[in-house]
Design a protein around this ligand. Structure first.
Ligand code: ATM
Length: 211
């Protein structure tokens, strides 16, 4: 085991940095409740007196994030590989800040992180190993929580204003498959086709020993 790391009970293949902050990533399809659950968890941690912060990717406020926004609005012709390279670069733009916040003991609660590139990229024919390789110098999440919903639930929860990914149910099915495959490697997987409070209780129970 890496010195300074201890194995987390109940979560295989995961380790907790002692005396350090934490990076908790929420993953899932659009409308799975990531943003809501990330905010609820952050509020609960704050109420407990823990320093915690929300992060969200893509971060549309950076130079690369603005370019991602243009591409998602159909103003750029990028293929899936360029798109994922942009999403990955967008996370590297915030890398030092994440490293510093973790070192300072902050719990970072993140709405999408590196596994989104694997899931959406793999669903579009990209190589999952490559997508992980190019992200290996990013801080790795300590806990990843999959808020699992089927594509039809995602579609039902948002019937208007859907972007081109959100309209493609077959693609969303492949995204979910990738998430489920990745989750088998030691993530927390939660049935998110339930009410907000039930999901929040399960999220908190899953991380309670860490925070
Ligand atoms: P948000 O809706 O969470 O802002 O993300 C925009 C899209 O970017 C989303 N598509 N849909 N639905 C998922 C996609 N995405 C990736 O493909 N890779 C990534 O690394 C991230 C962070 C998002």
């Amino acid at each position: 085991m890496t010195p300074g790391l201890e194995t987390l009970p109940g979560l295989e293949n995961t380790t907790r940095p002692t005396g350090d902050g934490l990076l908790i990533a929420f993953e899932g399809l659009d409308q799975s409740g990531k943003q809501t659950q990330a905010a609820l968890l952050r509020d609960r941690l704050t109420a407990k007196g823990r320093a915690s912060r929300l992060l969200s990717f893509p971060d549309y406020a950076t130079v690369i994030g603005a370019e991602i926004g243009r591409a998602l609005r159909g103003e750029r012709p990028y293929g899936p590989d360029v798109m994922q390279l942009l999403y990955v670069a967008n996370r590297y733009e915030r890398k030092q800040e994440i490293v510093d916040a973790k070192k300072a003991g902050t719990i970072l609660v993140c709405d999408r992180y590196l596994a989104s590139s694997v899931a959406y990229g793999e669903a579009q024919g990209l190589d999952a190993a490559w997508l992980l390789q190019i992200q290996k110098y990013l801080p790795q999440p300590d806990v990843t929580i999959l808020l699992d919903i089927p594509p039809d639930v995602s579609a039902r929860r948002k019937s208007t204003d859907r972007d081109k990914y959100e309209r493609d149910l077959a693609l969303l099915g492949r995204v979910r498959e990738s998430y489920v495959r990745q989750a088998a490697g030691g993530w927390v997987r939660i049935d998110a086709d339930r009410n907000r409070d039930a999901v929040a209780a399960e999220v908190y129970a899953a991380v309670a020993d860490w925070v």
